[in-house]
Design a protein around this ligand. Structure first.
Ligand code: PGA
Length: 249
């Protein structure tokens, strides 16, 4: 499977013109890289009018409903209509700041898959002392509950330990060894749930303080199929460098 690099812009940048500039810088800058799939996930308001050439589009969340009276929500059908193929679901910032539960994330995953978006589901322990393996298994099982086995290969899992995400002032990037063992546990849970063959078709990414200097260690030492990138995705030149480092060409 080809390496997948997903840019999570979070609530950035602050203006349409900055968003357009960042988008086109990256879209042009990575155009020569053919062995890495790049997905940009800007805030909803910047998705309209974007015409990607080299990258694919994703959103950072979607509703658990595909239509109806749900004030403030954005349907995954609308996102598809704007050209999105992916949606990040269950990011730890949404769980922590907005109280999003595993049950709600599961509903969003089922709806996204039903309408044809690929969910990038985030799992990760909140502190370095908690029993990571158990936490990951519990989160993954709850988030993927009732996902039809025919749709499992459309799911992408992102391992994001909360303490490694750069928005936490005391954050520190996870070691490639920890990433490797956590990704192994994620793969074991997937195997138990859907069997070896289907489990091996699910890309597992790492996210948390990744940049151009450490990306290779997560792909090689960590065994990740790619990365979910936050702050390093907001600087065009740094993100392009990261994508080029992820490439084996
Ligand atoms: P970071 O964010 O790369 O800034 O640590 C990753 C994420 O929150 O998805």
């Amino acid at each position: 499977m080809s390496t997948l690099i997903v840019a999570n812009w979070k609530m950035n940048p602050m203006t349409v013109s900055q968003a357009e500039k960042l988008f086109s810088t990256v879209d042009i800058g990575i155009s020569a890289v053919k062995d890495v799939q790049v997905v940009l996930c800007p805030p909803f308001v910047y998705l309209d009018g974007i015409t990607p050439n080299s990258v694919q589009l994703g959103a950072q969340d979607c509703s658990w409903k595909d239509k109806g009276s749900f004030t403030g929500e954005v349907s995954p059908v609308m996102l598809k209509g704007l050209g999105c193929s992916y949606v990040i679901l269950g990011h730890s910032e949404r769980k922590r700041e907005l109280g999003e539960t595993l049950q709600v994330i599961n509903k969003k995953v089922l709806t996204a898959l039903r309408v044809g978006l690929r969910p990038i589901v985030c799992v990760g322990e909140s502190s370095q002392v908690s029993s990571g393996r158990r936490v990951l298994a519990r989160q993954l099982r709850a988030i993927l509950r009732d996902v039809p086995s025919t749709k499992v290969s459309n799911v992408i899992v992102a391992y994001e330990p909360e303490w490694a995400i750069s928005s936490d002032p005391s954050s520190k990037a996870a070691s490639p060894d920890l990433v490797r063992s956590s990704i192994e546990s994620i793969r074991n849970v997937l195997k138990q749930e859907v069997g070896e063959k289907k489990a091996s078709s699910v890309p597992v990414l790492y996210g948390g303080s990744t940049d151009s200097s450490n990306i290779r260690s997560y792909l090689e030492g960590g065994g990740a199929n790619g990365a979910l990138v936050g702050s390093a995705a907001l600087k065009g030149s740094e993100f392009i460098k990261l994508v080029k480092k992820a490439s084996l060409e």
